[in-house]
Ligand binder design. Structure first.
Ligand code: GTP
Ligand code: K
Ligand code: MG
Length: 430
């Protein structure tokens, strides 16, 4: 990725559309506006101005709204312009051609606007990740998590940890300069440092605790429906999703391939997986289906088990299917549900929602990416080594390692490779 130049891209959604917004960022923005408007004065900062847009040879293209955000008070920190024009494929192509013709201008790469925002200190990496998650958010729970990250909740926490760490590290370095002192003074300094380091590590570990739940929200939970043939698994999947996604028949062994049905349960994204009935069989295809079913159940976040011997645990809800066939007194354990009459479906959905809520992180400070988790874990590991360090030199070294991990978290310590990996996941124009 080249970092220089003035970049442009469509910032709004797919064309055709009522309005298309083309965003331009970089040193050439003022001259681009002057040229596109045939020499008209620049719009007042952050105020929409109606202008006629023209080609380089003065031909009229379109009348559109122009917004000008002089840097550094802009999204990227550079001069930014937004051109709002009719969302026509042909018109946007014409504008792209006009912009490309200008010396120093080029089409932006994916995430390049956000990357410049980070480079110019307008966002830190955790906020940029939150912004990417916000754009992708599909459910309430994902939205909440993304808003938290994009709003700087994590950035502020990281800054607090960094300040603590810097203070501890500064004291540790001072201790280094101190040299050989009296033994009891050295002991006191060491104990004090240990306490402060342990308390910081505990804070960071608390934030890490929410990670699994946060991932459940971000990626969605997988729910495998498992049990013997003809237990009513496919019927249950259809009832829960109010669809006829899965084939139902009275022939055991109907379902072979796992069928995935996306659902939104109480604001959580869930993938419901119908699987083949578990049994020994000579049919090679069905055998593959059964193997697949076992694998899906083993990897799922939650299993809805329709088996007669099912046992409830952390990740298993036992379902007493076909409740309409059983008298009220002969029901086995589990949640009684009938796909035929609809009895118990709402209760089952509530039980699933409750299971999800229990796993969703309680606090508002959670890691929203595997990257954040990895850097925080490195930081905690270094802190633990620092707390136990036998001498001040080693402690100072581990504290510096902990600081580097925090710096990587927020992007203060950055590597080209890391930035490339993060921003390539953004859409063009962001
Ligand atoms: N009475 C009653 N019949 C049901 C209910 N649910 C399913 N059935 C019937 O049970 C039979 C098997 O249903 P399926 O949903 O295909 O069962 P399955 O577990 O997916 O079966 P395989 O895919 O073959 O493993 C069908 O004839 C359904 O109509 C129910 O709640 N009540
Ligand atoms: K069946
Ligand atoms: Mg089935």
């Amino acid at each position: 990725m080249t970092h220089s130049g003035t970049i442009f891209a469509l910032a709004s959604g797919a064309l055709p559309a009522a309005v298309a917004i083309i965003r331009v960022s970089g040193a050439e923005v003022r001259s681009v506006l002057t040229r596109l408007t045939g020499g008209a004065p620049l719009p007042e900062p952050r105020r929409a101005a109606l202008r006629t847009l023209r080609t380089g040879d003065g031909q009229e293209l379109e009348r559109g709204l122009i917004l000008f955000f002089p840097g550094p008070a802009s999204f990227t920190g550079e001069d930014v312009a937004e051109l709002q024009v009719t969302g026509s494929v042909a018109l946007v192509e014409r504008l792209y051609a006009e912009l490309s013709r200008i010396e120093g201008l080029r089409l932006a790469e994916a995430g390049e606007f956000a990357r410049r925002a980070v480079a110019n200190g307008k966002l830190d990496l955790t906020e940029a990740e939150g912004l990417a998650a916000l754009i992708d958010a599909e459910t309430e729970a994902q939205l909440g998590q993304a808003l938290m990250a994009a709003g700087g909740r994590f950035r502020r926490a990281a800054e607090g940890w960094r300040a603590d760490l810097l203070a501890i590290a500064a004291d540790a370095e001072a201790e280094l300069d101190f040299g050989e002192g009296e033994a009891d003074v050295e002991d006191r300094i060491r104990q004090d440092a240990e306490l402060r380091i342990d308390s910081l590590a505990a804070d960071i570990e608390t934030a890490l605790e929410g990670h699994v739940g946060a991932r459940l929200i971000r990626r969605g939970a997988t729910l495998a429906v498992s049990g013997p043939p003809n237990a009513g698994k496919s019927s249950l999947v259809n009832a829960l999703s109010r669809s006829d996604a899965a084939i139902v028949s009275d022939i055991p062994g109907t379902t072979r391939d796992a069928i995935e049905v996306p659902l939104d349960i109480a604001g959580f994204r869930v993938t419901l997986i119908d699987t083949a009935g578990l049994r020994d069989t000579d049919d090679p295809i069905e055998r593959m289906g059964v193997a697949r079913a076992r694998e899906k159940a083993a990897n799922a976040d939650l299993v809805l088990d329709l088996g007669p011997d099912a046992v409830a645990d952390e990740r298993t809800l036992v379902i007493a299917a076909k409740a309409d066939l059983h008298g009220s007194n002969v029901r086995g354990p589990g949640i009684p549900v009938s796909a035929r009459t609809g009895e118990g479906i709402e209760q089952l959905l509530s039980a699933i929602a409750e299971w999800l809520r229990q796993r969703a992180p309680g606090g508002d400070l959670v890691t929203t990416s595997e990257r954040q988790k990895a850097h925080l874990e490195d930081c905690v590991a270094a802190l633990q080594l620092a707390a136990k360090a036998p001498d001040p030199v080693l402690r100072a070294e581990e504290l510096r390692a902990a600081l580097t991990s925090l710096g990587r978290l927020t992007g203060d310590v950055e590597t080209e490779e890391l930035l490339g990996a993060i921003f390539s996941r953004f859409c063009i124009g962001k």
